[in-house]
Design a protein around this ligand. Structure first.
Ligand code: AMP
Ligand code: ZN
Length: 116
């Protein structure tokens, strides 16, 4: 059932072989708008490496810590770091995971009004 590499949509986005509205990228991750935003701000943070689920992160791999740091940067970029946002990972079918390439959601109601 593994769809690593050529068939995985998030691998394709990470490799620039499928379109995405990117908001951040570095050597380890790419972040882009969710195609079906649940809220006005809905960004996905995806490791470049194909890891199927949270359960599959090797014990010596610190990608999740990096994803957390990138989530903070994105929240700051959208002006919601202080007002608040949600940061979560769905794990396997029962946890609501639909795309089987690890990703974290960053969701917020709206950007802060400047000066508020
Ligand atoms: P999850 O339920 O955690 O697996 O979330 C998968 C998310 O990926 C959903 O919110 C989808 O809207 C989103 N998604 C699926 N395909 C794409 C795509 N090609 N570009 C952007 N977001 C996508
Ligand atoms: Zn993948």
């Amino acid at each position: 059932m593994s769809n690593a590499g050529t068939d995985c949509i998030f691998c394709k986005i990470a490799q620039g072989r499928a379109p995405a509205d990117k908001v951040y990228e570095d050597e380890h991750v790419v972040a882009f708008w969710d195609a079906h935003p649940a809220r006005p701000i809905h960004i996905l943070i995806v490791p470049r490496e194909h890891i199927r689920t949270l359960n599959d992160i090797p014990s010596d791999n610190h990608i999740l810590a990096h994803i957390g740091q990138v989530a903070v940067k994105i929240a700051q970029q959208f002006g919601v770091a202080e007002s608040g946002y949600r940061f979560f990972v769905n794990v396997n079918r029962g946890g609501g995971q639909v795309v089987f390439h690890l990703h974290a959601h960053v969701i917020a109601k709206k950007e802060e009004t400047p000066g508020s």
